[in-house]
Design a protein around this ligand. Structure first.
Ligand code: SF4
Ligand code: MG
Length: 317
């Protein structure tokens, strides 16, 4: 399989005043294969959005690099850059905040076409209607404004806007977190169908493992700026290795009440430490139920524990 996106040792540090800095992403590495969905999961503040925004070129990395289809995203020439901005699109968490309330749907969806000089006049209007229908809306919706739509419909508009320029890779940053549970599955199914029809590759960002389960081929788990585990979706749910992943999984309710009663739950104690002053050694050690002495002294390295299954934890070294 072809690697469409390669994230190599990506570090992103923000200056936060008084000489302090915040390492939002700390040496993150993973690849995304063409046509797959890579789920990136972790609590808020773990660096998953920063990683996504750096991949797409909204931020420059502090160190490390991102390669898209053989091209370094942050060192691209201006002509290569304009192709990259078409090839890589983003869907945002909050469909309310990400749509301009003063623009109608036709203008919102058509904006990217206009900026990229794609389709003119009547052709553009036709393309907008095609996109609306593609996401399950109707042509009558083109002249309406964002406030006239439900949360789920607004996210469909956000998806249509992202797909307008025929991207190859889409980063969806918590696209269903703000939606009612009843609508979440519909949006995930729509994204899956569009992926098949348009041959899209996704980076799907979420704060819990339940949300990425039905869409991801592979999953990476982040904690405090670090990728701590990565493997195929089924493997992660069946045999999670990292104590943090195990805790995240045990927090997902199971539908069978008998099974639910017999299940052990790991409650993660305490809060996520400040990324300005992260713990020494393993970043998870202050909340890890099985931390050992070595965990405070040395940062665990990234190990392949099974074919394609990687984990950073001293239990496996
Ligand atoms: Fe827990 Fe140590 Fe593994 Fe970190 S390295 S997750 S503290 S056992
Ligand atoms: Mg975020």
């Amino acid at each position: 399989k072809k690697k469409l996106v390669q994230v190599k040792n990506l570090t992103k540090t923000f200056e936060v005043g008084k000489g302090a800095s915040l390492k939002a992403a700390d040496g993150v590495s993973f690849d995304i294969y063409e046509g797959e969905t890579f789920g990136l999961v972790g609590e808020s503040g773990c660096g998953k959005s920063t990683t996504g925004r750096t991949i797409i070129g909204l931020y420059n990395p502090t160190s490390g690099e991102v390669i898209f289809d053989g091209q370094n995203v942050h060192k691209a020439s201006s002509s290569a850059r304009s192709k990259l901005t078409r090839d890589m699109q983003m869907i945002f968490q909050d469909p309310y905040a990400s749509l301009n309330p003063r623009m109608n749907i036709s203008e919102i969806i058509g904006e990217g076409l206009q900026l990229n000089g794609l389709y003119k006049g009547k052709e553009r209007a036709k393309r907008v209607i095609e996109l609306l229908e593609m996401v399950g809306l109707q042509k009558e919706h083109a002249n309406r404004f964002p406030h006239e739509f439900s949360g789920g419909q607004r996210q469909r508009i956000g998806i249509a806007r992202a797909l307008a320029v025929n991207p190859r890779f889409v980063i969806a940053d918590e696209p269903i977190s703000a939606l009612d549970v009843s609508v979440q599955a519909q949006v995930v199914n729509l994204m899956k169908n569009l992926q098949r029809e348009q041959n899209l590759t996704y980076l799907f960002i979420a704060h819990d493992l339940a949300m990425v389960k039905h869409i991801s081929d592979r999953i990476g788990v982040m904690y405090l700026g670090n990728l701590v585990e990565m493997t195929e979706s089924e493997k992660l749910y069946e045999s999670p290795k990292h104590p943090y992943t195990q805790a995240l999984l045990s927090a997902i309710p199971v539908p069978d009440p008998d099974l639910e009663k017999s299940r052990e739950r790991t409650i993660i104690e305490g809060d996520v430490p400040s990324p300005i002053n992260p713990p020494s050694g393993c970043v998870f050690r202050t909340r890890c139920p099985v931390a050992k002495e070595v965990c405070a002294q040395h940062k665990p390295t990234w190990q392949e524990v099974d074919h394609g299954h990687y984990v950073a934890c001293h239990l496996y070294q």
